[in-house]
Design a protein around this ligand. Structure first.
Ligand code: PMP
Length: 397
C-alpha cells in the first residue's frame, strides 16, 4: 500500500519486530462470506470455530429482514447522541424488551459490551467505595475499574475463600461492589454465582455480573447466569452484549430504574457517543423475539456443545474447566498456539490461537466455540482435522 510515512514510531516498530521474532505477531483474517458454520477465507471454505455467533443470529433471515426494513424507513444513521436528538422510539422499545427479558425494572443500551462495563463502573463508584473483581474478568471490566477512583481488590479466580477475605477487609467503604464475568470468555467456565450472592448478602455488597457469554446461552430462553441459578432479584447489575448470541452489536445494562436513570445522566460512553443505527436496533429487537420464539436454537447449541467437548476430551486434549460452548484446547506455549491455529486453517478449520496478554503466559490455547448452526457432520469433520493437525505438531500422540 502507498501513503505517506512519518518518523517517530520506531519504538513501536521495535516491539512489533520482537513479536515477529517470538512468533506472536498477528495479522487480521478477513472473512469473505457471511458468518456461519462455514466461512470463506482466502477463497477457501473453512469450518468456523472462532465466532461468538452462538445461535447463528448474525445472518438469521428474521434479523436480516428487520435490518433491511428499518434502513428503508429510517435510513442508515441516527445523527446524534441519545441525550440530544438520537433517541428513537425503537431504542426505548429495545430497552423495554431487554429489561423484561432479564426480569429487571429497566435497561440501557450502550454502543458495545466493552463500553457498557466501562460506563457502568466509572459512573457508580467513587473514592469512598471498593470494587472486588475476579482475577480473570474481561479486559473491559479491568479498564472500567481503572477509570474509577475506587479502591480495588482482585480475588483469585472463582476462589470464594479469597473473595470472603476481600469482603472482610472492605467493611469500612461506603459501597462494596463484587464484579464477575458470568461465563469466563477464555475458559468457558461459569462463575459460582450462588456462593457469590450468599457472600454478598452476608457482607452487604452489591453484585455486577457480565453475562456477555451467557446471554442467549444459559437460563430460560437464554436469560443468562442469574436466571440459570434461580437468582432473579438478588443480583444488582446484569451486563450483557448484543454482539454475541444476539448476533448484532452493542451492550446493555439491566437493573433498577434508579441505576438506569443515574447512568442516563452519568454514563459517559452513553452520553458522549452517537446512538446505534436503526438497522442495529431493529435487528436486536427481532433477536430477542427469536430467543423467545425459537428455543430449539439454544437446545441445538447445547447438544452440539456436549458432542464436541466430549470429542475433544476423548482425543486427549487439555480443555480446562469449560462448562459452556467455549472450549479451549490448552497447549501452553505462545508460539505453538499460533502455529496450531495456522495449520488448522490450512487443514480446513478456523480456530484462533489466543496467547498473552489475553490469557496468562504459559496458558496459550486455541479457543473453540461451537454454535447452533453447526451440524454433527461439521463438528465430526472438525474433530478429525484437529486430531490430525495436533498429531502433526506433537500436541497429542
Ligand atoms: N465482556 C466479555 C466477558 C466479553 O467477552 C466481551 C467480548 N469480547 C465483552 C464484554 C465486550 O463485548 P462487545 O464485543 O459487545 O464490546
Amino acid at each position: 500500500m502507498g501513503g505517506f510515512t512519518v518518523k517517530g514510531f520506531e519504538y513501536l516498530q521495535a516491539e512489533l519486530d520482537e513479536m515477529k521474532e517470538e512468533g506472536t505477531f498477528r495479522t487480521l483474517v478477513p472473512l469473505e462470506s457471511d458468518q456461519g458454520s462455514r466461512v470463506t477465507i482466502g477463497g477457501k471454505e473453512l469450518i468456523q470455530l472462532s465466532s461468538n455467533n452462538y445461535l447463528g443470529l448474525t445472518s438469521h433471515p428474521r434479523l436480516r429482514q428487520a435490518a433491511l426494513k428499518s434502513v428503508e424507513k429510517y435510513g442508515a444513521g441516527t445523527g446524534s447522541v441519545r441525550t440530544i436528538a438520537g433517541t428513537f422510539s425503537m431504542h426505548e422499545e429495545l430497552e423495554e424488551k431487554l429489561a423484561k427479558f432479564k426480569h429487571t425494572e429497566a435497561s440501557l443500551v450502550f454502543q458495545s459490551g466493552f463500553t457498557t462495563n466501562q460506563g457502568v463502573l466509572s459512573a457508580i463508584l467513587t473514592k469512598d467505595d471498593v470494587v472486588i473483581s475476579d482475577a480473570l474478568n474481561h479486559a473491559s471490566i479491568i479498564d472500567g475499574i481503572r477509570l474509577t477512583k475506587a479502591a480495588r481488590k482482585v480475588y483469585n479466580h472463582v476462589d470464594m475463600e479469597d473473595l470472603e477475605r476481600a469482603l472482610k477487609e472492605s467493611k469500612d467503604y461506603r459501597v462494596r461492589l463484587i464484579v464477575t464475568d458470568g461465563v469466563f470468555s477464555m475458559d468457558g467456565n461459569i462463575a459460582p454465582l450462588p456462593e457469590i450472592v450468599e457472600l454478598a448478602e452476608k457482607y452487604d455488597a452489591l453484585i455486577m455480573v457480565d453475562d456477555a457469554h451467557a446471554s442467549g446461552v444459559l437460563g430460560e430462553n437464554g436469560r443468562g447466569t442469574v436466571n440459570h441459578f434461580g437468582l432473579d432479584g438478588r443480583v444488582h447489575i446484569q451486563v450483557g452484549t448484543l454482539s454475541k448470541a444476539i448476533g448484532v452489536l452493542g451492550g446493555y445494562v439491566a437493573s433498577t430504574r434508579t441505576l438506569i436513570d443515574y447512568l442516563i445522566h452519568k454514563g459517559r460512553p452513553f452520553l458522549f457517543s452517537t446512538s446505534h443505527p436503526p438497522a442495529v436496533t431493529e435487528a436486536c429487537i427481532e433477536a430477542i423475539d427469536v430467543l423467545l420464539e425459537e428455543p430449539e436454537l439454544i437446545e441445538k447449541l447445547w447438544d452440539n456443545t456436549e458432542f464436541f467437548k466430549k470429542g475433544l476430551v476423548e482425543l486427549g486434549f487439555q480443555t480446562g474447566n469449560s462448562e459452556t460452548p467455549i472450549t479451549p484446547i490448552i497447549v501452553g506455549d505462545e508460539a505453538l498456539s499460533h502455529q496450531f491455529s495456522d495449520l488448522l486453517r490450512k487443514n480446513g478449520v478456523f480456530a484462533q490461537g489466543i496467547a498473552f496478554p489475553t490469557v496468562s503466559r504459559g496458558q496459550a490455547r486455541v479457543r473453540t466455540i461451537v454454535t447452533a448452526e453447526h451440524s454433527k457432520e461439521d463438528l465430526q469433520e472438525a474433530l478429525n482435522i484437529i486430531e490430525k493437525t495436533a498429531k502433526e505438531l506433537n500436541i497429542i500422540s
